[in-house]
Ligand binder design. Structure first.
Ligand code: ZN
Length: 317
């Protein structure tokens, strides 16, 4: 039997057929009709699911269940998508609307949880019993798997790692508090620091300015790590500062959860060992159980964009 996972994003909807070994057999995508309300979105999801099934050469009768990752609060108890970033509706029963069409179980969770569940089952968490995922993107997202189960909290909003404080009275965050992890350790924070650095007198000779062809607005996280690997002093200083902040939050998360795996996801995780090796070194002295034989392994996400599709498809009640 097969399952279909749908990753509903603010700009793109993706759907894919997943088999029992968690392999994605087909996937397709279309731009989200975010302005047009829930019914149009449901229509889009149905079309994509049918297209994905056709591409995988299976019939809809062979699909035992559907899963949905949504950019907002997915209340699994009521079945309502309570709130969504970037979509124009609230309190819509998305799973029910899909269930009425397909006549099969439809489960949902928020997109960060879906990605974490996918990585846990089929990516860097495979074979473990506990994993914490931290996604470094525009903000910082996350997901928690404890004893083999996705932990969603009493209101389905657990794992919002972007918003714990790592710097007392620090920068104001978009959430209204000060000094949040995401204001210092998201990919956007890294880019902000790099753009500032190339404007300083010491940064004017930086390789970063060559990589972005003189337009600091084009600097991205990959460029910063590329310049650092090439030995650029400005990029080295920026990444050192960034990794310092990142390591504070990651150390805290490891001390709180003691997961088998701490998975780093998001675009920045593509920097691989250039990011992970110094991060391990910086976190280690602060790990409470550092002398223990068993300790958390920090790994980068293995599945990229497919994690959300696999995780959504494989949700359980
Ligand atoms: Zn915040």
């Amino acid at each position: 039997m097969y399952r279909i996972g749908i990753d509903l994003g603010g700009t793109t909807i993706k759907a894919g057929v997943v088999d029992e070994s968690f392999r994605v057999l087909s996937s397709c995508a279309m731009p989200t009709a975010s302005e047009l309300g829930a019914e149009t979105l449901v229509r889009q999801m149905i079309d994509l699911a049918e297209k994905a099934a056709a591409q995988a050469r299976i019939s809809m009768e062979q699909v035992e269940a559907f899963g949905l990752g949504v950019p907002g609060t997915a209340n699994r108890r009521t079945g309502l998508m309570e709130y969504a970033n970037n979509l124009c509706f609230e309190n819509e029963p998305l799973p029910d609307m899909l269930r009425q069409h397909f006549g099969r179980p439809v489960r949902f969770t928020n997109d960060a949880n879906a990605a974490a569940w996918g990585e846990y089952l089929a990516g860097c968490g495979r074979g473990s019993r506990s994993m914490v995922m931290v996604t470094l993107g525009t903000g910082i997202g996350g997901g928690v798997i404890l004893d083999g189960k996705l932990y969603e909290g009493c209101n389905y909003a657990a794992g919002e790692f972007g918003h714990f404080t790592i710097k007392y009275d620090g920068r104001r965050c978009a959430c209204g508090r000060r000094g949040c992890f995401e204001a210092y350790a998201s990919a956007s924070a890294l880019v902000r620091m790099a753009r500032q650095a190339v404007k300083s007198p010491a940064g004017r000779e930086s390789l970063l300015l060559k990589l972005c062809e003189g337009d600091a607005g084009r600097i991205d996280g990959a460029m910063v790590f590329a310049a650092k690997s090439a030995g650029d002093g400005t990029a080295e200083k920026v990444t050192e500062k960034y990794l310092h902040y990142l390591s504070i939050g990651i150390t805290d998360l490891i001390n709180i959860f003691q997961p088998e795996i701490l998975c780093i996801g998001g675009g920045l995780s593509q920097a691989g060992e250039a990011l992970l090796a110094p991060l391990r070194e910086l976190t280690n002295p602060g790990i409470y159980t550092r002398t223990s034989k068993v300790n958390t392994r920090i790994l980068s996400a293995a599945l990229g964009n497919q994690a959300g599709i696999i995780g959504a498809a494989m949700l359980e009640d």
